[in-house]
Every structure is written in structure tokens, then in C-alpha cells.
Write a protein that binds this ligand. Structure first.
Ligand SMILES: NC(=O)c1ccc[n+]([C@@H]2O[C@H](COP(=O)([O-])OP(=O)(O)OC[C@H]3O[C@@H](n4cnc5c(N)ncnc54)[C@H](OP(=O)(O)O)[C@@H]3O)[C@@H](O)[C@H]2O)c1
Length: 288
């Protein structure tokens, strides 16, 4: 069963979600912490390789570097799928929309494909930021809305708060972290997950299992890791500055991990190595 993975098989049939996953091509190019020439080179390579989904955030301070690359790349705007995120300190009536307008200006586009709340507020009160997010959508600043770093309980509260499809919850997701609770909540709420830190910033490569499986499937260790994520029903964000890695991270649809190998990798999730938590004082109390 090689080929494209049907990520939405868990989820309700919602046209916005179908559009999201078709446009995402299941694989997005993340841009943190890239800036300047490094970003320009990596993003140009990624677009050449075939990436069309690009993920940035106001916090990355690189939207103004991305805009000119996208404008000059010769790819039609409709074929690109651009996501940005609003940080917590802009979750006010005065600042939310203004900040998104600045993102659009920097990215040299009229509308984002997806706008995310980058983090839930530290006090857990997600309702006001969700209201601001929906207002931005109604004002035509983005086609779709989503969230990032939401817990299972927050996903349930989100679908009680709004009927508007929430096209993704972008979270840390890799084989060294157990996210079963979030996966279950994704299925229950119809809010699919997308990954960040997909190769655990290199930590996964310390596990001999990935070298063994890479040899068996004749792919790289990173491709095994990323294919595991896809087969969990999660779309992928990866970032790399190297041509060979950018190519490998996109080439995931020609092979399929067996159920046995998926289960072997699942065992590693008990490592519970969470990377981003250590740097983010406002992180919520995670599910596990
Ligand atoms: N929503 C959020 O709160 C949040 C938080 C963190 C990150 N993100 C997003 O997710 C994206 C990805 O996460 P991340 O960059 O933090 O972590 P990551 O994708 O796990 O790790 C990136 C690192 O892995 C290396 N790498 C990538 N592909 C590789 C491959 N095939 N083989 C070997 N090494 C490889 C890269 O080095 P080389 O350059 O040498 O290839 C880079 O240093 C970010 O760029 C960002 O857009 C979102």
C-alpha cells in the first residue's frame, strides 16, 4: 500500500479538512529558526523539490524573508499553501488583526491559507483567542483557522465553542513522545494533528531501530521516522537546510511501514522525550 496516505480517514467529512490535506500534500516545510540567506536558500530548495505548504509564525521573525522568495518563485499563489501563527501577546482586540495584517504585508500576500494560535494562553482561557481567530477569518485575512500546542481538553473545549472547522492542531509529534491522548482527542473532535520537531531535532537518530529499518526499507532513518508519523494519521512539518535532507523528507510516498514495524516504533514513544517544553515557560500542562 505505498503511495499517498489518507490522513483524514479518522475524521468527519468536512470540506475544509479535505482542502487542507489536499493542499498540504501531507508534508509542509517549516521555517523556524531560519532567516536571511539561509532561509532563502532552504526555502528555494524546498519549493524546487515540490513542497507547496510553507509554515511560518510571527514569532519566527522571518515572514519578511519568506515573502520575496514566494513572490519570485514562479509558483502560482493558488498552488501555495501558507500558514502563519499569532503569538499570545497579540491576543487582544487592539493587536490581533493588526498583527495578521503585518504578516500579510511581510509575506506579500492578500490572505493566509491557514492562521493558527501559536500557543494557548498561559491561563488556559482559550475562548477569547479563538474568538479573535474567527474574527480574522470572517474579515477575510485567512481561509482556514487552526491551533497549535492545544491539549486534549482544549480540543474538546474548542469544538464546544465553535462549529467552524479547526483544520489542525500543530504539536510536537515524533516517535520519542507518546501522544496517544492527543491522537484520541483528534479523532473525537475532528481536529487533526500536524507535527513539529518531527525528527526530534536529531534525537531520533540515536535509536538503532531507525538504522535497522532504514536498511530494511532501503530509505533513510529520517524517512522511516516521517513515514511513521504519516501512518499515525498526522501531517508533517519538517525543516532542513541541507538539500539531501530536504529531498529525503519530501520523498515519503513510495514505501509503507508494516504494522509490525509501526508497533516496534510505537514502543519508543515511552521514552517521553519532549523537546520544546524546556524552552517555553507558558507551555500548558501536557496530557502526559
Ligand atoms: N508550533 C510550534 O510551537 C512549533 C515549535 C517548534 C517548531 N515548529 C515548526 O516545526 C518545524 C520543524 O521543527 P524543528 O525544526 O523544531 O525540529 P525538527 O524538524 O525535528 O528538526 C530540525 C533539525 O533536524 C535536522 N534534519 C531535518 N531533516 C533531517 C534529515 N532528513 N536527516 C538528518 N537531519 C535532519 C535539521 O538539520 P539540517 O538542517 O542539517 O538538515 C534541523 O536541524 C520548525 O521549523 C517550525 O516551523 C513549530
Amino acid at each position: 500500500m505505498a503511495g499517498s496516505v489518507t490522513l483524514i480517514f479518522h475524521f468527519k467529512s468536512i470540506p475544509e479538512l479535505d482542502v487542507y490535506f489536499q493542499q498540504q500534500h501531507e508534508r509542509a516545510f517549516g521555517t523556524f529558526p531560519l532567516k536571511g540567506e539561509t532561509l532563502c536558500n532552504a526555502l528555494t530548495l524546498a519549493l524546487d523539490v515540490g513542497y507547496r505548504a510553507i509554515v511560518t509564525a510571527q514569532m519566527y521573525q522571518n515572514e519578511a524573508d519568506i515573502g520575496p522568495v514566494l513572490s519570485a518563485c514562479g509558483i502560482a499563489r493558488d498552488d501555495l499553501f501558507i500558514t502563519s501563527k499569532v503569538p499570545n501577546d497579540k491576543f487582544t482586540d487592539a493587536e490581533f488583526v493588526v498583527s495578521v495584517e503585518k504578516s500579510l504585508e511581510a509575506l506579500q500576500i492578500d490572505k493566509l491559507d491557514v492562521l493558527l494560535l501559536h500557543w494557548p494562553p498561559a491561563n488556559g482561557a482559550i475562548e477569547k483567542p479563538l474568538e479573535l481567530l474567527l474574527q480574522a477569518q470572517q474579515a477575510g485575512l485567512c481561509s482556514h483557522v487552526g491551533v497549535s500546542n492545544f491539549t486534549a481538553e482544549m480540543l474538546h473545549r474548542t469544538v464546544k465553542f465553535t462549529d467552524t472547522p479547526i483544520v489542525t492542531n500543530q504539536v510536537e509529534f515524533h516517535p520519542l513522545l507518546n501522544q496517544d491522548t492527543l491522537l484520541k482527542a483528534a479523532t473525537e473532535t475532528g481536529i487533526p494533528l500536524s507535527s513539529y520537531c518531527s525528527v526530534a531535532r536529531g534525537e531520533v537518530f540515536k535509536q538503532p531501530l531507525f538504522t535497522e529499518l532504514a536498511d530494511n526499507y532501503n530509505v533513510t532513518a529520517a524517512q522511516i521516522v516521517l513515514r511513521w508519523i504519516l501512518q499515525k494519521g498526522v501531517s508533517i512539518n519538517t525543516m532542513s537546510t541541507k538539500a539531501e535532507n530536504i529531498r529525503a523528507n519530501f520523498a515519503l510516498l513510495h514505501f509503507c511501514l508494516s504494522h509490525v514495524d509501526m508497533a516496534r516504533i510505537d514502543q519508543l514513544t515511552h521514552t517521553n522525550c519532549r523537546l520544546v517544553d524546556k524552552q517555553v515557560p507558558w507551555a500548558p500542562k501536557w496530557d502526559i
